[in-house]
Write a protein that binds this ligand. Structure first.
Ligand code: PLP
Length: 416
């Protein structure tokens, strides 16, 4: 069939975001049809029982599989360079389904120390409850992973660039150490997308995404994806996804298929805008540090062109001042929205210590270097000058008021 475009693995990623995994449609629909159905009718009881027995292929029930969702799984898996994918209700659904499918009581997991706040909470609280031991290590030095590996280490979990400092982990170096002990390596690739980083090339066994972010890109879906070998994905689909049930809605899959078509052009603009914003921030007198893989002195530069093919659009920066200055700066913004999440058309800004990383204990936050004056900005697709002008007016208001406060000690200062 002419519109069966499944096999063209030589396509470049920009083409794959539009055509990858495309299923033939009986009416020749250009766009993947939305199969908004819970269940699928069997022609005969024999057909139904053959499908349940796995003797015949075909759909049964949307928690077990759905044509729209399958098209998305195939497309993202192709982009990541893996044979198979599994769509999940959320990014956290993807993290938990991918890990719990291979873990049991008594197992040990080695995890990067600075990761997404809810992944941290899942590993440090929930896993513990089920007898899975977790060790957090600073993986910016891969040798720390060697020191943490044990006989019962089954998985090594990496997030790079790591939330929220954009710390970089050398995936190939960590994967080599993990594989010496036959542990699976799982990489959260949300910040990079498969266009900027394909962890499989560095040895990852499983890659997960919060599709809520860049993959969908329009801020209207919460979703996740797992990519891996056919066997691993089958294991995940037939256990944690089937029986714990964090599967993706076909409607969400349909929206992400739509969002993916512009991933390449969006990432290009996201990266360009982020470089401009980072260069602006570096010059600000009230900014102490800027963490951004696109800056010339960032450790990411060592892996640019090999592991990484772009800076991404998430920047963290540290202010001179205190947590009130950080909060005031955010409150003065007019265009930039105070919100968690990233990868949307809208530029979003947040305060990790009180927002995304509040699941960390104060001690764990201090260890991970998440200070009260750390701010994370997820640069969107607006005109870069408008984003920078908004930051400029907020900086002016925040720090002028601060000066006034010091000069007029004892007087009442209104912060508006
Ligand atoms: C948002 C995010 C998650 C969780 O994804 P949800 O879709 O919100 O469940 C996991 N990892 C990273 C890096 C994220 O940014």
């Amino acid at each position: 069939m002419r519109n069966n475009k499944n096999q063209k693995s030589q396509w470049q990623p920009a083409t794959m975001t539009i055509h990858g995994g495309k299923q033939p449609d009986q009416h020749g629909a250009l766009v993947a049809p939305l199969y908004q159905t819970a269940t699928f009718a069997f022609n005969t009881t024999a057909e139904g029982s053959a499908r349940f027995a796995g003797e015949e292929s075909g759909y049964i029930y949307s928690r077990l599989g759905n044509p729209t969702t399958n098209e998305l799984e195939a497309r993202v898996a192709q982009l990541e360079g893996f044979p198979a994918g599994a769509a999940c209700a959320t990014g956290m659904g993807a993290v938990s389904a991918a890990m719990l499918a291979f873990l049991q009581q008594g197992d040990h997991v080695v995890v990067a120390d600075a990761i997404y706040g809810c992944s941290f909470a899942l590993f440090s609280h929930l896993f513990k409850k089920f007898g899975i031991e977790v060790e957090f290590v600073d993986m910016t030095d891969a040798e720390n992973v060697r020191g943490a590996m044990r006989d019962n280490t089954k998985m090594v979990f990496i997030e790079t660039p790591a939330n929220p400092h954009l710390k970089i982990i050398d995936i190939a170096a960590v994967a080599a150490i993990a594989h010496e002990r036959q542990a699976r390596v799982i990489v959260d690739n949300t910040f990079m997308t498969p266009l900027l980083q394909q962890p499989r090339k560095q040895g990852a066994d499983l890659v997960i995404h919060s599709a809520t972010k860049f993959l969908n890109g329009h801020g209207d879906v919460v979703a996740g994806l797992i990519c891996g070998s056919a066997e691993d994905i089958e294991m995940i689909k037939s256990t944690t996804l089937k029986d714990m049930g964090a599967t993706m809605s076909p409607h969400d899959a349909w929206l992400i298929l739509r969002g993916l078509k512009t991933l390449d052009v969006r990432m290009e603009r996201h990266c360009q805008n982020a470089v401009k914003v980072a260069e602006y921030l570096v010059q600000q007198p009230f900014v102490r540090d800027v963490y951004f893989p696109g800056l010339p002195d960032h450790p990411a530069q060592r892996l640019m062109g090999t592991q990484m093919h772009g800076s991404g659009a998430v920047i963290a920066f540290e202010l001179h001042g205190d947590s009130q200055d950080a909060q005031r700066l955010l409150d003065y913004l007019e265009l930039i929205t105070i919100a968690v999440s990233l990868g949307d058309a809208e530029t979003l800004i947040q305060h990790p210590a009180s927002m995304t990383h509040s699941p960390y204990s104060a001690e764990a936050r201090a260890r991970a270097g998440i200070s009260e004056t750390l701010i994370r900005i997820a640069v969107g697709l607006e005109a870069a000058d408008d984003i920078i002008n908004d930051l400029a007016q907020a900086f002016a208001k925040t720090f002028v008021i601060d000066n006034t406060k010091e000069q007029q000690q004892g007087e009442t200062v209104s912060y508006g």
